[in-house]
Design a protein around this ligand. Structure first.
Ligand SMILES: NC(=O)c1ccc[n+]([C@@H]2O[C@H](COP(=O)([O-])OP(=O)(O)OC[C@H]3O[C@@H](n4cnc5c(N)ncnc54)[C@H](OP(=O)(O)O)[C@@H]3O)[C@@H](O)[C@H]2O)c1
Length: 298
């Protein structure tokens, strides 16, 4: 297939480029600003004219739309930028995809939910975001569906990958300098490895079953549990992780963002289709750490 990737220099985009190329797809990788160098073409998703020109020339079969304003505290402080990139940008990408008859994979988030359900969220639960990041991503989902007939919305959670800033790297860096790590213990979700997400997306796009998919690794944990697993698996298990509340975190790190307390997603669409589930987060973390070590990242 001919696949156009937005946000190709980002954490997900970097693994998507490698994996999809290895699978034999023909790629056009795009991103904004200084990241657009070498094999990555410059493309700002808020520029509809540029999108139409690039899409018209490449004529993708599928657009993997990973570009987003992902800084959740930044979104909270600047909701207009959040909506310009995550809502308008996704709308424009969807319109440009529709114009050339392409399918669209719009990556979204567990932050579209408020976390109050008390059970895993399915694709059929009504979203109710409690942050500007979540609201802007939900607006992007809805606009994408309206603008492009062939839209897969793929919601994922607590994403980490070898390339990019992420929670495991932050914990490892802090563990080398701090006697104890204060980490949130009252938010429960599911860490998801970029490689597993890309592999599942490449299966989803084989069938024309457009709609919403929840794609995360299996199981659930708190951020504090996740931190402990990272440290234990890297020989730093002696560094204590002190569980703190979300309120303590907000005060300590001056974070303005409300986050869902329980945002675990059931992969109900994949389940109903009889697809294999993704592996547990703990097993995926082992693979991530092995790759990060191999590539000299940790
Ligand atoms: N990270 C998570 O925990 C998580 C969880 C759930 C869902 N998601 C979703 O997964 C997707 C990928 O996330 P990620 O963590 O890989 O994000 P990322 O590393 O921040 O990558 C996003 C990329 O999009 C680029 N971008 C920003 N504004 C753009 C614009 N106007 N035009 C074109 N590109 C633009 C960014 O460039 P700059 O860096 O220069 O801004 C960056 O290279 C996003 O849709 C995100 O919302 C992420």
């Amino acid at each position: 297939m001919r696949i156009l990737i937005t946000g190709a220099a980002g954490m997900l985009g970097t693994d998507a480029r490698r994996i999809l190329a290895e699978q034999g797809h023909t790629l056009l990788s795009t991103d904004v600003g200084p990241a657009a160098t070498g094999t990555i073409a410059p493309l700002d998703i808020t520029d509809i004219h540029a999108l139409r020109a690039v899409f018209g020339e490449f004529r993708p079969d599928v657009v993997l739309h990973g570009a987003a304003y992902t800084n959740v505290d930044g979104c909270e402080r600047d909701p207009d930028t959040a909506h310009r990139v995550n809502a308008l940008g996704t709308w424009a990408v969807a319109g440009a995809a529709e114009e050339v008859g392409s399918a669209l994979v719009a990556i979204s988030t567990d932050f579209v939910f408020d976390g109050q359900k008390g059970d895993r969220y399915t694709e059929f639960d009504a979203p109710s975001p409690v942050s500007h990041y979540g609201a802007s991503k939900l607006a992007g989902e809805n606009l994408a569906r309206h603008a492009c007939h062939r839209t897969y919305i793929v919601r994922t959670s607590w994403l980490y990958g070898v390339h990019g800033k992420n929670f495991p790297y932050t914990m490892l860096a802090l563990a080398k300098t701090k006697p104890e790590l204060p980490v949130v213990a009252d938010q429960i979700g599911t860490p998801t490895y970029t490689v597993d997400l890309v592999n599942t997306i490449s299966e989803i796009i084989e069938a024309p079953l457009y709609g919403v998919y929840h794609v995360s690794n299996g199981g659930e944990c708190s951020w504090a549990d996740f931190a402990r697993a990272v440290l234990q698996k890297t020989g730093l298990g002696h560094v204590p992780v002190r569980g703190i509340t979300s309120d303590e975190y907000a005060e300590m790190f001056k974070s303005p963002t409300r986050r869902p307390p329980y945002s675990v997603m059931r992969h109900y669409a994949l389940e109903l289709m009889g697809r294999d589930d993704l592996r547990p987060w703990d097993a995926a973390l082992d693979d991530f750490l092995a790759s990060a070590r191999e590539q000299g990242k940790i």
